[in-house]
Design a protein around this ligand. Structure first.
Ligand code: FAD
Ligand code: SF4
Length: 518
């Protein structure tokens, strides 16, 4: 039998199992299809990065002797659905099998499995994706019998198993976690390095022109595009991060800046998610920097925990809990998304800057996603499907397996505390402490009622009050509920009113069909 090797847009790795076991001269297919580009209005930079990276990868495979079939968006025969297009190509090439590495998205996996079950030619063969530290089977085995799985335990298991930052059986430095050293606010941060600028060759330039024309209706700016589209460019980003930003990564991990979009973050998520870098090599590069005395342990451990811990953990949870996970809404949130997420029109300075940076760069760092855009949506009762559509659309790194648990679980607490033990709700005081936004805002983070009061404050108390049934017994929330209990009925009434007036002032109709993706 003859097989077609289908490589998906987030599988651009030479180490992909379906490429590794391909016979010499094997036929490989990569397909650009409208279906993947449009089911949420992806940021033009995200689409351009994917297409340019796919086209460069196809060229690299050709150089290595594979026979490559590449369907472009403009191809007149293109079926514009991955499955239909792959089957069309297989038939045309006389292939009776399609070999594919397991896709990262539940929807696509189920569609492929449905074809597999029909037992028709071409037959589909799906193999495990080995580009992660932890397989699905390993994760399920680890989950067995755990009522309250916690990322920290999972992370320690993987530290032991990989030997990363281990000294025999013990963590190096005598601690598993140095988070206490990683909470410095923006005030005393040194100026962050600028990311390297990648050269744009003819292939990239052609893609940028195509995206500009074809996806002009999508929110987000294409100018300033600077994502890596080859492995070489991704490695340049990795080297730059390790040398220039990693030393301060830990200390300022939670800080937020009004001007610097990247601070000391790596910007590596997109390259990792489409396969240009492997999580193993990224963690090793960070570990080497610590061993060579070039970066302190709090930074290196904090960074490795994000990749070895969080990234693998949310992937595990996604596959373990889908498809029911996507429908969860345990706090009963009912609203759509405030329109400012799409048009940036808001006078809350922190929110405005996080959204503007997102539109400009298809990027916001974790604390902006969690504590600004995420926190605000949580406090405004935005329903998970509406918020997920936004996060999935606007970030270059957005893939459902990592976006969904972060948004629905970590940000909206819609899974009832399965992923995070408490909601990351916060008032304006927190944002004021960690950022330099408030000095430039028309609101005052120290006021809770009145015309100049920071809207986050009243919304925060309203949120705690509304969800007291579900949250007041949480040991990590007891102190704050103690404060709420001591508040006079009069003050509580004033806060409630302040929050409701603010919510009534927002526009809730986004320009795109919100929640379509549910
Ligand atoms: P750094 O801060 O430099 O972190 C290093 C790496 O660790 C990242 O590149 C990423 O691979 C990994 N990482 C860090 N935090 C997480 C996390 N919470 N979950 C999983 N991996 C993590 N990340 C995505 O890759 N795709 C998404 O679609 C995505 N959606 C998110 C949605 C929300 C609401 C939130 C709160 C977080 C989301 N994240 C997502 C996680 C995280 O915010 C991004 O990975 C990170 O901001 C990417 O920037 P960076 O590469 O500079 O990260
Ligand atoms: Fe954000 Fe409130 Fe600070 Fe304004 S005052 S920047 S709304 S936290």
């Amino acid at each position: 039998s003859k097989s077609l090797r289908l490589v998906l847009g987030d599988q651009l790795s030479l180490t992909l199992p379906t490429l590794q076991d391909a016979p010499p001269g094997a036929t490989v297919a990569l397909c650009e299809v409208d279906e993947e580009g449009r089911y949420v209005p992806h940021h033009p930079q995200k689409i351009a990065m994917m297409l340019a990276a796919m086209r460069h990868f196809a060229a690299e495979l050709r150089q290595r002797g594979y026979r490559v079939h590449y369907s472009t968006l403009d191809d007149p025969d293109n079926r514009h659905s991955l499955i239909a297009e792959a089957e069309r190509l297989a038939k045309r090439q006389g292939c009776d099998e399609i070999h594919v590495t397991r896709p990262g998205e539940w929807r696509l996996l189920k569609a492929m499995e449905a074809r597999q079950a029909q037992d028709r030619t071409p037959r589909w063969r799906i193999v495990e994706d080995t580009r992660f530290f932890c397989s699905h089977r390993d994760f399920d085995a680890w989950m067995e019998g755990r009522k309250r799985p916690r990322m920290e335990d999972f992370y320690r298991m993987l530290r032991r198993r990989t030997g990363l930052l281990m000294d025999g059986n013990a963590p190096v430095g005598g601690q598993w976690n140095f988070d206490r050293d990683n909470r410095a606010p923006i005030d005393d941060a040194p100026s962050p390095p600028s990311p390297p600028r990648h050269r744009q060759d003819a292939v990239t330039r052609e893609v940028l022109a195509l995206v500009e024309k074809r996806f002009a209706d999508h929110v987000g700016r294409l100018e300033g595009f600077n994502w890596p589209v080859t492995r070489r460019q991704a490695l340049a980003d990795l080297r730059h991060f390790v040398a220039r930003a990693l030393p301060a990564f830990g200390t300022y991990q939670d800080a937020i800046s009004d001007t610097a979009p990247y601070l000391f973050h790596s910007r590596l998520s997109a390259a990792l998610n489409i396969g240009l870098l492997s999580p193993g090599e990224v963690c090793e590069a960070a570990q080497d920097a610590w061993q060579g005395g070039e970066a302190p342990l709090n930074a290196v451990e904090g960074f490795i925990r994000q990749i070895l811990g969080w990234r693998e953990y949310v992937r595990g949870i996604y596959w373990h809990r889908m498809p029911a996970y996507k429908r969860e809404n345990q706090l009963g949130a009912t609203r759509g998304l405030p329109r400012c997420y799409w048009d940036g029109d808001t006078d809350l300075r922190c929110l405005q800057r996080a959204i503007e940076m997102t539109h400009d760069n298809a990027y916001a760092h974790h604390i902006q996603r969690l504590m600004v855009t995420g926190n605000f949506a949580l406090l405004c009762d935005v329903r998970p499907a509406a918020l997920c559509d936004w996060y999935l659309a606007v970030y270059a790194d957005a893939c459902e397996w990592v976006e969904l648990p972060n948004t629905l679980g970590m940000v909206l607490h819609a899974d009832g505390g399965y992923l995070g033990s408490k909601p990351y709700c916060a008032s304006g005081k927190y944002i004021d402490r960690m950022s330099d936004h408030c000095a430039q805002c028309r609101y005052d983070p120290r006021q809770s009622v009145g015309e100049n009061a920071c809207p986050f404050n009243a919304l925060y108390w309203r949120f705690l009050e509304r969800h007291a049934d579900q949250l007041a017994d949480n040991p990590r929330m007891r102190v704050i509920y103690g404060t709420l209990d001591k508040m006079s009925a009069h003050k509580r009434q004033a806060l409630r009113q302040q929050a409701d007036t603010f919510l009534d002032s927002l526009t809730w109709t986004p320009p795109y069909g919100q929640g379509q993706h549910a």
